[in-house]
Write a protein that binds this ligand. Structure first.
Ligand code: ATP
Length: 317
């Protein structure tokens, strides 16, 4: 019996950085990193169906700023399609798809939402176009797309070196609970790195190591992990957005084991001892701003979770 290709849906997770060690800027303008990523249970879904031409659509959750997501032409998903086709020597004009992103990961939130979409696009289009790209090649294309894209493919908990694109899974015996306090306004990652350079003009080319944190992950003990979370971009992010320091202090005062800025911010993450503990801290942080009356968006997530994976599709009879 012939099978009709009706498309598929790929789900990709947000990341948080449990450790972000930044070295002095390289001649190519990039920073050497030693980071420990964890994929958490906040996802973008990307559906891809056969089509003659290339189309890109978007649906967002209430807390996602749709107007900040570039549509067809400038989206990272367009670049993912271009690079994948080029890798196989395919003419892009002959390879269309109707792609739709359903976005829950905040834009410019320090949670690598664009990278998640790029990873989802690579997995989806590879299947849709029947390319059977090997894992190493997919990781290489992902690294070309952006420093965080290989990790979005891999998921779990992993060390990232180079500029973050060289990913190696690490032993993680925990099931960790996080409160994610989102921000209404995003932050520019390059601006945070520029301010890091101003604060650390003589930064060593060797980013600080994460040995104590890796031992804590291996132990599965939340108190040990809390004591070893580290982010070199937190101080520059606080300078650019002083409200983030207050937010971290509030979460810790409400009983979180530890608060930390995720990546270059502005999302703040709080490690908790259990799902119940995380829900209680999240509820305490959902207090309307006295000036604007707006209630902050505070979510609960757990990690580690899988990297980009097919959740629906590919063929129907
Ligand atoms: P990182 O932590 O990797 O710096 P981020 O979470 O802070 O990432 P993203 O949400 O990935 O930031 O978006 C950064 C910028 O990329 C956005 O401001 C937007 O202009 C652009 N962009 C391109 N494609 C996408 C996409 N599919 N989703 C979100 N942003 C996109």
């Amino acid at each position: 019996m012939s099978r009709r290709n009706t498309g598929l849906t790929v789900r990709a997770p947000a990341k948080i950085n449990l450790h972000l060690g930044v070295g002095g800027v390289r001649p190519d303008g990039m920073h050497p990193l030693l980071t420990v990523y964890q994929a958490v249970s906040l996802y973008d879904d990307l559906a891809a169906a056969p089509a003659e031409a290339w189309r890109l659509g978007l649906t967002v959750d209430d807390h996602v700023a749709a107007h900040e997501v570039p549509l067809a032409g400038d989206n990272i998903v367009d670049r993912a399609a271009d690079l994948l086709a080029a890798h196989h020597g395919l003419a892009r004009a002959d390879h269309g798809a109707a792609v739709h992103i359903t976005k829950a990961i905040p834009v410019a939130g320090g949670m690598a939402g664009g990278s998640a979409d790029a990873a989802a696009a690579l997995v989806a289009l590879d299947r849709l176009w029947g390319l059977e790209t090997c894992d190493d090649d997919l990781l290489a294309i992902a690294a070309e797309l952006g420093s965080d894209v290989p990790f979005a493919l891999l998921g779990g908990t992993a060390v990232g070196t180079g500029r973050g694109e060289i990913v190696t899974p690490v032993a993680d015996h925990g099931s960790w609970w996080w409160v994610l306090a989102l921000s209404a306004r995003g932050m520019s990652t390059p601006a945070v790195y520029r301010h890091f350079d101003e604060l650390h003009p003589d930064a060593s080319p060797e980013p600080p190591p994460a040995d104590a944190l890796l031992a804590a992950l291996d132990s599965g003990d939340p108190a040990r992990l809390a004591a070893t979370l580290h982010n070199d971009l937190q101080a520059p992010a606080f300078d650019l957005r002083p409200d983030l320091a207050d937010r971290i202090a509030r979460g810790e005062a409400e009983g979180a084991l530890r608060g930390l800025v995720s990546g270059s911010g502005p999302t703040c993450v709080f490690l908790c001892g259990s799902g119940e503990h995380a829900r209680a801290v999240a509820a305490a942080l959902r207090v309307p701003d006295p000036a604007t009356g707006a209630e902050p968006v505070v979510l609960v997530a757990h990690g580690p979770v899988a990297g980009a994976h097919v959740v629906e599709g590919l063929a129907a009879h």
